[in-house]
Design a protein around this ligand. Structure first.
Ligand SMILES: Cc1cc2nc3c(=O)[nH]c(=O)nc-3n(C[C@H](O)[C@H](O)[C@H](O)COP(=O)(O)OP(=O)(O)OC[C@H]3O[C@@H](n4cnc5c(N)ncnc54)[C@H](O)[C@@H]3O)c2cc1C
Length: 388
């Protein structure tokens, strides 16, 4: 079976690429080993698919090459995606920080992509594992349903997170086969796990959340922290997890909107115990436990200046060291992947293997939480689709 382009992976980036290629009258087939298209789209955004973000920019992505994503993003804007939804009469709403979600469910997006594929004449082959692929003049892809030959091959197989959705390491194996270098990968947007006393502390508070600013390496995120049986989750932790490497400390500012030391100084003559003052700003059960663990429990008027200073410092910079992440089973994304220096940022084509393209999460381009990962999938898929 001869095609202009074979795309492996019927997720967000593979479908986006196929639609663009089909519109250009390229004969395209998408091959996927899963029984349905867009399994990750279906579960995204809690089933409502946070399909893009109004304020997408290169600053929302982690990559060894910070500039790589700019070209594709400039040719696929949030307004382009909003326009596509409007064409299909899919209603959506905006949440804080520009996050856009479907009003109904993620299936609206999957159906929209299906229709666009049909209109563009794209063939979709599901339940179709790939057994081998190789290159002579063309790419030769052997699958359960037979052999395909094509001038262009797009690897849109995503990352390793959520194996139940069909995730596999095929993309990384193809990179190895063609001697394309990789940036070491790890789970991102993932809850963090603690050990010893810190784990026990989190377990006792599991289910409680508080607002804070969490910092790790050069990154800081404001938002909610949720205590779990094994550690911490919640948006601020998930965002930070993408920057976390084994051994790194997290620094947590428990009162990001006020100067903790100033607050304590203001109440230095009070007979109130410190945790009672702080419970005006933080969940009571949490701050009671935190003060017992990290401060002395006594009336504020009994603190010396030095002790108040130390307490202020601990509130501003609570140091904790995760022991691990919850892993790919529950991670939203894979950080790392195909080294972007190996690809053209305009076309996603491998510099040393003409005709071989990589799109989406398989690349070393990882978005923050907030619709940025799907946006990268749409944008990188379209960039490749414009050139295959
Ligand atoms: C729980 C969860 C919620 C998320 N929510 C959001 C959100 O709301 N907003 C957002 O922006 N991002 C979200 N993400 C991230 C986002 O879904 C992904 O970054 C995005 O789907 C990646 O698109 P992709 O096309 O690169 O890969 P995928 O969507 O993962 O698609 C890869 C496809 O390749 C197929 N495949 C894999 N291996 C093989 C193989 N060996 N042979 C054949 N086919 C193969 C898979 O079956 C799959 O269909 C979420 C992720 C998860 C796990």
């Amino acid at each position: 079976m001869h095609k202009d382009v074979v795309i492996i992976g019927a997720g967000a980036s593979g479908l986006s690429c196929a639609i663009e290629a089909g519109r250009r009258n390229r004969s395209a087939v998408i091959i996927d080993h899963a029984p349905k298209t867009g399994s990750k789209i279906r579960i995204s955004g809690g089933g409502r698919c946070n399909f893009t973000n109004r304020y997408v920019s290169a600053d929302n992505y982690i990559s060894q090459n910070r500039h790589f994503c700019k070209s594709a993003l400039s040719r696929c804007t949030p307004d382009d995606i909003i326009g596509l939804l409007a064409k299909h009469r899919i209603s959506y709403h905006e949440k804080e920080s520009g996050r856009l979600f479907c009003d109904a469910s993620s299936s609206a997006i999957i159906n929209m992509l299906g229709k666009e594929c049909r209109n563009a004449g794209v063939e979709v082959r599901l339940n179709c594992p790939v057994s081998t692929l190789r290159k002579d003049r063309d790419f030769i892809i052997t699958t359960k349903d037979g052999q395909y030959r094509s001038r262009a091959l797009v690897i849109a197989t995503g990352g390793l997170s959520w194996p139940k959705t069909g995730a596999s390491d095929l993309g990384f194996r193809v990179a190895e086969q063609f001697s394309i270098s990789m940036i070491p990968h790890r789970p991102g947007l993932v809850p963090l796990v603690f050990s010893g006393k810190e784990r026990e502390f989190c377990r006792r508070l599991s289910g409680i959340s508080c607002n804070a600013e969490v910092s790790c390496a050069s990154a800081s995120f404001r938002g909610s922290i949720l205590f779990t049986h094994r550690g911490m989750s919640g948006p601020a932790i998930l965002q930070t997890s993408s920057y976390w490497n084994a051994g790194d400390m997290l620094s947590i500012d428990l009162l990001p909107d006020i100067d903790a030391y100033e607050l304590l100084l203001l109440h230095r003559k009070s007979r109130k115990e410190i945790q009672n003052l702080l419970s005006l700003f933080l969940p009571s059960r949490f701050i009671q436990a935190w003060c017992r663990e990290y401060l002395q429990i006594k009336p504020l008027c009994q603190f010396t200046d030095k002790e108040l200073q130390e307490a202020g410092h601990k509130l501003r910079s609570w140091q904790v060291r995760p022991s691990d992440t919850e892993g790919y089973e529950v991670a939203e994304v894979t950080v790392g992947g195909i080294d972007t220096n190996e690809l053209s940022s305009r076309t996603m084509e491998a510099k040393k293997v003409p005709g071989l393209f990589f799109t989406g999460e398989v690349l070393d381009v990882t978005g923050h939480l907030g619709g940025y990962n799907l946006h990268w999938a749409w944008a990188s898929g379209r960039a490749a689709g414009q050139h295959v």
